[in-house]
Design a protein around this ligand. Structure first.
Ligand code: M6R
Length: 364
């Protein structure tokens, strides 16, 4: 079933252009570039607060979505990891939407949080990859990802499909609330529809990433930095690396470096910087300079423009296509997945079945 691939994870990384396109096609109408979500039996424009609950990689998809819901639909978003959510006595507003994100639809903590919110009278939406799962059955509004079965324990294609669904949902909410006019909607849809081609362009750098993996493999610690919606991508990069290569890695918001973690920097701690060119670029570059001044070895992931401006002096660079900021988190998922994958291959770890981990975490 792995076809020409060595591992399921590798196969699933490469499936992303296809499955993201598949997922987008069930939430966007290409004929007139509009958002086309399933019919809801509640008024989404009256939602006053969105509460997102998930674990692991699905939680990072939720973190990215928070930027989108707030930016497009101007709706406040709370987000928690499921294992913390129920125990902090969350205040749930009347007319709130609780949104659960899960590949498996069976993660124990997320499912328990869903049931708790249901009991509290919240409207329940679930972004789930397994259509027969408990979460899919128990949600008021099921928003399936069409990633197909994900076998590798490290989540890859389910994650980018979650992002695709969440972007469409945020845009839909904005349109319904009258905050996004027809022209803006068309533009957003056009950008989302560019994602599969951009994912392909990112995958074209597989060989470059494979050949630099030996630079990261000997490290004991690795830091990932990103800003805005690319900050959760830094967290995701670090999680992928930890999970399958067993290298200690942390993701930080670029601006947080000087509040502590910069003390870790020396020439043995590679720092992976995710920084598409754009309004936040300069700020990230100055954080990068602070790292470099302390001997930090940088891997810069950016587009041609960004690499031209700041690529010099880096230990390595990975070139991404120039993309609209909306789809940057989807596209930048690819290099962090591939980097973790190739580092794990260099180290010879069990990529698809990392030690101590299960695909579906059905105990709390
Ligand atoms: O099935 P779920 O999306 O609810 O799973 C959540 C996490 O267990 C999962 O994302 C985990 O962090 C992955 N192994 C990450 O690659």
């Amino acid at each position: 079933e792995k076809g020409n691939y060595r591992h399921f994870m590798q196969k699933e990384i490469f499936e992303q252009p296809t499955v993201v396109a598949q997922t987008l096609s069930s939430y966007l109408r290409q004929s007139d570039n509009s958002v086309a979500l399933p019919q809801f039996d509640f008024d989404i424009s009256s939602i006053r607060r969105v509460t997102i609950v998930a674990c692991g990689t699905s939680y990072y998809a939720g973190m990215v979505a928070k930027y989108w819901f707030e930016q497009f639909a101007r709706v406040p978003v709370d987000i928690d990891v499921a294992s913390e959510f129920r125990y902090r006595e969350p205040v749930l507003e009347d007319n709130g939407l609780s949104l659960f994100i899960s590949q498996s639809g069976e993660t124990a903590d997320t499912l328990a949080a869903l049931r708790h919110c249901k009991e509290q009278g919240q409207t329940i939406a679930a972004v789930v990859n397994v259509p027969t799962s408990s979460m899919a059955r128990e949600a008021d509004l099921l928003l399936p990802t069409h990633a197909g079965p994900e076998i590798g324990v490290a989540s890859t294609k389910a994650f980018t499909c979650q992002l695709a669904v969440l972007a469409a949902l945020a845009a839909h909410m904005a349109v319904t609330k009258g905050l996004m006019n027809r022209e803006e909607e068309q533009e957003v849809v056009e950008h989302l529809l560019e994602a599969p081609a951009c994912l392909n362009a990112a995958l074209d750098h597989d060989d470059d990433i494979a050949s630099m993996a030996h630079l990261i493999a000997p490290a004991r610690d690795v830091l990932y930095l990103g800003r805005g919606p690319d900050f959760p991508m830094a967290l995701e990069g670090a999680l992928k690396l930890k999970e399958i290569s067993y290298i200690h890695a942390e993701g930080y918001a670029s601006g947080e470096m000087k509040h502590g973690p910069i003390a870790l920097i020396d020439d043995e701690v590679p720092v992976i910087v995710l920084a598409p060119s754009g309004p936040l670029f300069e700020k990230t570059v100055s954080n990068m300079e602070e790292v470099r001044a302390r001997g930090g070895q940088i891997v810069l992931i950016s587009d041609a423009e960004g690499l031209e401006e700041a690529g010099e002096g880096c230990m390595a660079t990975i070139e991404m296509p120039k993309v609209h900021p909306l789809i940057a988190p989807l596209v930048y998922a690819v290099p962090v997945q591939l980097l973790a994958y190739h580092v794990a291959c260099v180290k010879g770890t069990d990529v698809d079945q990392p030690r101590n981990l299960a695909k579906s975490v059905t105990v709390e």
